[in-house]
Design a protein around this ligand. Structure first.
Ligand SMILES: [Zn+2]
Length: 119
C-alpha cells in the first residue's frame, strides 16, 4: 500500500516545498526561484494530504494552514515555501508532513492541531 500520495501533481499550478533558510532563520529563500522572500511569514494553505496524521487531515478537510511563506515572484503558479517546525512560534504545533518526497516536521496553528487531536 502506498501511503505517500503527497506530490501535488493534480495541481500543476501549486508548488509546495520547504523554504531555504539560513541557520538563524533570518533569511528566507524561495525553493523555486531562489530569490529572497521579503513577505512576512504567515500561514499559507496547502493541500492537507501532505500531512501524515490522518486525524488532522480528516478534521481540516482539503487544505491546512502551515507556517511559511508565499513567493510572489511566480505569475503562472503559486509557490508555498514552508518553514521547518523548529522555526515556528510556540502557538504552533509540529506535525509530520511529506514535502518533496521527504518526511519533515511542519508547523500548524495550535487550534488546528487540536481539532485533529480531539477527533
Ligand atoms: Zn520564488
Amino acid at each position: 500500500m502506498n501511503c505517500s500520495g503527497t506530490d501535488s501533481d493534480d495541481d500543476p499550478y501549486l508548488t509546495v516545498a520547504m523554504a531555504e533558510l539560513d541557520r538563524f532563520g533570518t533569511r528566507v529563500g524561495c525553493p523555486v526561484c531562489e530569490n529572497p522572500i521579503a513577505a512576512a511569514v504567515g500561514t499559507p494553505s496547502v493541500p492537507s494530504r501532505i500531512l501524515r496524521d490522518r486525524a488532522i487531515r480528516a478534521a481540516v478537510g482539503d487544505d491546512v494552514p502551515v507556517y511559511g511563506w508565499r513567493c510572489r515572484r511566480h505569475r503562472s503558479h503559486d509557490v508555498r515555501a514552508l518553514a521547518p517546525a523548529a522555526f515556528a512560534p510556540a502557538s504552533y504545533e509540529s506535525t509530520a508532513a511529506v514535502v518533496d518526497g521527504e518526511v519533515v516536521d511542519v508547523a500548524i496553528p495550535g487550534p488546528v492541531f487540536q481539532r485533529g487531536a480531539s477527533q
